[in-house]
Write a protein that binds this ligand. Structure first.
Ligand SMILES: NC(=O)c1ccc[n+]([C@@H]2O[C@H](COP(=O)([O-])OP(=O)(O)OC[C@H]3O[C@@H](n4cnc5c(N)ncnc54)[C@H](O)[C@@H]3O)[C@@H](O)[C@H]2O)c1
Ligand SMILES: O=P(O)(O)OC[C@@H](O)[C@@H](O)[C@H](O)[C@H](O)CO
Length: 395
């Protein structure tokens, strides 16, 4: 069985490629990183080490790679002949891979009715549905109707913390022991081959919202508030008790929403929150706040981990103040090497925080959430400026 996986990055190698290989797939990674592609092709294997006491290491074999920059034809053929396609490139990169996937799909459905599942393993609600839209926009009507019968794009939720890797061996990846990959089986073609370790469910929404609004909402809150307090890693930030208490407040807000909306057991959800805070603390990982807070415009977008739960909480008459504080933190995340942070900062400098907040979150001025974010923004900014002043005075 052949799987094509787009994105040989941290989660691609550290989780998706690992599970696919262990399930008997020959995995072809597709990436723009030529060095990574070269090494994967040359060696055909790499290692994954668990960030835990035993530091258990497994070798992932039966892998190869293609370059999406210089081997477009080969990638298209690989897509046309695959049994499964997965992605972990970042949700905003899906538009760049949709073209070659569409070409492969067109070639495939022209003379084959073999089923194909395409699963986007990105941190987003409806990631595969977004990819389907991008792919379908590049197909003619006849190909679309053939694809409707044999190609499925089930949505998924993917959870495993994989920080940026800094090893001499560029293929090596160190991951946290915990992992969860949930796929929406109601969107799959009957008779599909099960991937070992994947949890198939017929209603993904509770799973993806629980993951995104707990793991990722908590994570970016720790990153944004931690960054303002001078911490470089999530592990340092999580040693800061005041900060951890703020992150917990955020998770209590999203927790209340999740319990009320999806009927999760309150006590069990409390344990889920505790476990996630523990995962953030994992001393065997070094996860930079710049990675976890990356792409603040995406993280402030209406369907993502901050605005979506805040709006849903507001609509249900629940609390959203801690979520508003995290949004304010995102507005102050001035890591200028991050293109989205640079764009956001330029927007705030030119148009002001109010206009930028409305532009990127879609929450209009005058809305309760909007006003609360601005209040937190002014407070966080003032505290930050005072701190800076004290540092300068002491220097
Ligand atoms: N790292 C994690 O902890 C984690 C966990 C769960 C989900 N995710 C999600 O997985 C996705 C990838 O995250 P990551 O941390 O692995 O990032 P990453 O930057 O390590 O990996 C992304 C990979 O995609 C490649 N890429 C970029 N453009 C490409 C293109 N046009 N064609 C092919 N490959 C391309 C990059 O070169 C890189 O190797 C994101 O959506 C992220 O939210 C990450
Ligand atoms: O990948 P992002 O930018 O959406 O979010 C950053 C981290 O929160 C994320 O990568 C987590 O480590 C991951 O989602 C854990 O499952």
């Amino acid at each position: 069985m052949k799987a094509v996986h787009f994105g040989a990055g941290n989660i691609g190698r550290g989780f998706i490629g690992l599970l696919l290989s262990q399930s008997g797939y020959e995995v072809t990674f597709v990436d723009v990183n030529e060095k990574m592609v070269h090494e994967l092709r040359e060696r055909g294997e790499y290692t994954v080490t668990l960030a835990s006491e035993g530091r258990e290491t497994v070798t992932v074999n039966n892998v190869t790679a293609l370059s999406s920059a210089s081997q477009e034809e080969e990638v298209m053929l690989a897509v046309a002949n695959a049994h499964l396609i997965t992605t972990a490139v970042g949700v905003s990169v899906l538009k760049h891979i949709a073209g070659v996937i569409a070409q492969g799909v067109a070639l495939r459905v022209a003379d084959s009715s073999a089923p194909l599942h395409i699963i986007a393993c990105e941190n987003a609600i409806g990631g595969s549905a977004q990819l389907k839209e991008l792919v379908y926009a590049r197909l003619d009507e006849e190909t679309r109707s053939k694809a409707d019968k044999t190609i499925a794009f089930p949505n998924a939720a993917v959870d495993r913390i994989v920080p940026i890797q800094q090893h001499r061996d560029i293929l090596k990846v160190v991951v946290e022991p915990f992992h969860e990959w949930v796929v929406d089986s109601s969107q799959m073609i009957p008779g599909y081959h099960q991937i070992k370790g994947v949890h198939y469910v017929d209603n993904l929404e509770p799973y993806i919202e629980r993951k995104l609004f707990t793991v990722n909402t908590g994570h970016c809150s720790a990153a944004y508030l931690g960054y303002l307090r001078g911490w470089e890693t999530i592990q340092q930030a999580m040693e800061d008790e005041e900060l951890t208490a703020s992150v917990r407040e955020v998770l209590e807000e999203t927790g209340e929403l999740l319990v009320q909306k999806h009927g999760f057991d309150r006590k069990e959800h409390g344990k889920y929150i505790d476990k996630i805070l523990e995962r953030f603390r994992n001393p065997a990982l070094t996860d930079e706040v710049s990675r976890v807070g990356r792409s603040p415009i995406r993280k402030l977008s209406p369907g993502d981990r901050l605005v979506s739960p805040a709006m849903q909480a507001y609509e249900r008459g629940l609390g959203f103040s801690a979520l508003a504080r995290s949004m304010a933190g995102a507005l102050l995340f001035d890591v200028m090497e991050d293109p989205e942070a640079a764009e956001l900062q330029a927007s705030v400098a030119k148009a002001g925080a109010r206009a930028s907040l409305a532009k990127y979150t879609g929450i209009p001025p005058g809305h309760k959430i909007h006003e609360l974010v601005l209040k937190h923004y002014d407070e966080l900014k003032r505290v930050n400026e005072l701190k800076l002043l004290n540092v300068l005075k002491q220097a």
